[in-house]
Design a protein around this ligand. Sequence first.
Ligand code: SUG
Length: 421
Amino acid sequence: MPLQEINFDGLIGPTHNYAGLSPGNLASALNAGKIAFPRAAALQGIAKMQANLALGLTQGLFLPQDRPDQEWLEQLGENLTDAEPHMRAAAWSASSMWAANAATVSPAPDTKDGKCHLTVANLMTMPHRSHEWSGTLKQLQIAFAAASFRVHGPILPPFGDEGAANHIRLCHGHGTAGIEIFVYGKNGGAYPVRQHIEAGKAISRIHGLDPARTLFVQQSEKAIAAGAFHNDVVAVANEHVLFAHELAFADKGSFYVALRTLLPQIEIIEVPAKAVSLADAVKSYLFNAQLVSLPDGGMALILPTEAQDTPAVWNWLGEMVKGNGPIRRLIPVDVRQSMANGGGPACLRLRVVADPADIDPRFLADREKLDGIAILVDRYWPEQIAPADLENPALIAIVRQARKALIDHLDLARDLSGTSD
Ligand code: SUG
């Protein structure tokens, strides 16, 4: 089978909650302390996957991790009962749902050894995400165990790496050699910079990328300061199309020149700040869309419904699709529970270009499998979690049972059972 793009979505876990753990992520701060609805959240994520399958796209999935992560707290001399609230919340976070931060992926046509390379993200900047990588690595090693893949451990600290959310790939078609772009931050005003240039450079070497087709591009300080804590909040690409905000990059002039030299047929669709402010871009997450090639031709933007609710954004997009550009369809999806923590449709997925036959089928989705998971979610996922619920020992048993039901259902019990997966 030829190589194709597969979107792996993180199933939203039973501990989904709003703890305000990510400074610089405006939605996370704004919704801190609110009641979260894990069951509705997971069903929204599943509905997005079902809709993508119905478009004819290939869909994969990752499982939620074992949370609360008692082992992590114990390594820090804490326990779930007595932990300080911010540490307890960090142990409970369902943040692995945002699979765009799981790994950086270099498809086989881009690499020296002709294998698809994946480096698990270390996510070291935010404490609640810093203990995700070991569980993610375990799933990557199972899903991508075939000889056509190479799965790598995390880049060493202190070099922050947040995975595909800061990585752009442009190419003629998914299965042909691409240009890989590592976007890094240098300064974010009051907010932390999560992606370091050294991490991108290390990944490019480890993956065996061609230096002549690899770019390192700085994210604009203005974008980070406006709440673009990952580049995928202000830019997205698919095949030969780059869709970006005017203020996404520090030096877009030389970046665009380099792109046009390396890929002459590139189409850069830039949204001007005077049409859509950075504030509206961050609030609506229009760039955190899945920009996908449809099987019957043309591209679609799968965007959060918040984009539809933001007049400047929706008007601009309406004009764009009326033109003769490559993006032909706008498909809003409701992922409001994830959005309230700063995670849009594109955050929820990791793109892997591969032959689906090489992937462990337990990580691939079809309609029936997702229907089955939705039944489990309905049955086992808590309806709601308020901040005080994280102190309730009874909730621990409930969320562990929920995850166990899912693991058993997907026939992964032998592979994923320890506390750190
Ligand atoms: O890392 N939110 C995530 C959102 C990640 C979005 N991913 C991409 N842009 N690709 C983050 O900031 C909030 C958790 C809380 O506050 O409870 C959180 O972790």
